[in-house]
Design a protein around this ligand. Structure first.
Ligand code: GDP
Length: 357
């Protein structure tokens, strides 16, 4: 499944956030929760549509979609030179599909920022820059290593020329201190660039770990994107409470939902994912596909046999399903559509697949 690596400088609150993410899921688990290894947490993606579907179907259980977070230990200056555990950090990031970077906004004299820097001052933009520089330097190293081989291959096989050309262009771009993802590329170039395994091609979500009283502040963008404000300390406390106490605590803070819920939703979006639903007596379940997935691909998420033997999909749009009180109502109103192999799934589709085994 798709995963998001949590990165950041030391003492910014990564472990606090990660622990809260995994604990919360452990408590709320109404689906088989799995911890693959201690650094991986599978987290529910809260979706209010599930409850609305359940109100109609009365299923035995509700199964939300999930995303995977990976706790990647502190990235330090000089990681690209393989100092200390630097290489390992970068290798771990390489295996994830997106990056969630925790940036320190909270001030605390008792929590040092990094060696030699006291904690009552913060420099979020500078910290984000430090990490971006490490990632860019690592990518430059990756490209420099690959270029001679790419050139040789391109000379032998013309079809590999675009990959060599885009690699050269990317190296020059990175050399200006810019991340790979921000370079304009044709679709063909983008596809070729995927095979270069660059860290700065991955989508990044910035999480601002703020003090409690900063939760509603308007934060300046980092790298052109507004960071997501979260108070890791509060999330950690919330994750220890039972649901009722947690709800009271949230209300007392003036928050509508836990920051972790917002984070899981943002991460899901960042990965380019969307859900479709199956709704039956046994369960109402959210399934995950990439945006743009076709009906057979969606069927394949449920079972590979469903994709191979795909015949048709019976589809009801989410809004129709809710408005018309479920499958029977939708059918009576002519809102149950029979879709074929080419159908591109819409977010929230409620589906039955017909297939041959
Ligand atoms: P990591 O090195 O990035 O994994 O950081 P940790 O999660 O281990 O946190 C480092 C220290 O900062 C710990 O003592 C935490 O309790 C503290 N900390 C984490 N988040 C917050 C926060 O939002 N506010 C304050 N005041 N302290 C925090």
């Amino acid at each position: 499944s798709l995963s998001i690596g949590i990165v950041g400088l030391p003492n910014v609150g990564k472990s606090t956030l990660f622990t809260a993410l995994t604990k919360k899921t452990g408590l709320a688990a109404n689906y088989p929760f799995a911890t693959i290894d201690p650094n991986v947490g599978i987290v529910d993606v809260p979706d209010s549509r599930l409850q609305k579907l359940a109100d109609i179907v009365n299923p035995g259980r509700i199964v939300p979609a999930t995303v995977e977070f990976v706790d990647i230990a502190g990235l330090v200056k000089g990681a690209n030179e393989g100092e200390g555990l630097g290489n390992q950090f970068l290798a771990n990031i390489r295996e994830t599909d997106a990056i969630c970077e925790v940036v320190r906004y909270f001030k605390d004299p008792n929590v040092m920022r990094e060696v030699g820097r006291t904690g009552e001052f913060v420099d979020p933009a500078g910290d984000a820059d430090t990490i971006m520089t490490e990632l860019i330097l690592a990518d430059m190293g990756t490209l420099e290593k690959q270029l001679p081989k790419l050139e040789k291959e391109a000379k032998r096989d013309k079809e590999l020329m675009p990959k060599f050309e885009v690699a050269k262009r990317l190296l020059a771009w990175l050399n200006e201190g810019k991340r790979a993802a921000s370079m304009e590329m044709t679709d063909e170039e983008r596809a070729a660039a995927k095979g270069l395994f660059l860290l700065t091609m991955k989508p990044i979500l910035y999480v601002a770990n703020v003090d409690e009283d900063m939760l509603n502040e308007d934060l300046a963008p980092i790298d052109g994107v507004k960071p997501l404000p979260i108070c890791a300390k509060i999330e950690a406390e919330l994750s220890e409470l039972d649901p009722e106490d947690a709800a009271d605590y949230l209300e007392s803070l003036g928050l509508e939902q836990p920051g972790l819920d917002v984070l899981a939703q943002a991460a899901y979006k960042l990965l380019g994912l969307q859900s479709f639903f199956t709704a039956g007596e046994m369960e109402v379940k959210a399934w995950t596909v990439r945006r743009g997935a076709t009906a057979p691909q969606a069927a394949g998420v449920i079972h590979t046999d469903f994709e191979r033997g795909f015949i048709k999909a019976e589809v009801i749009g989410y809004d129709d399903y809710i408005e018309l009180g479920g499958e029977q109502g939708a059918k009576a109103a002519g809102k149950l559509r029979i879709e074929g192999k080419e159908y591109v799934m819409a977010d929230g589709d409620v589906v039955h697949f017909r297939f041959n085994v």
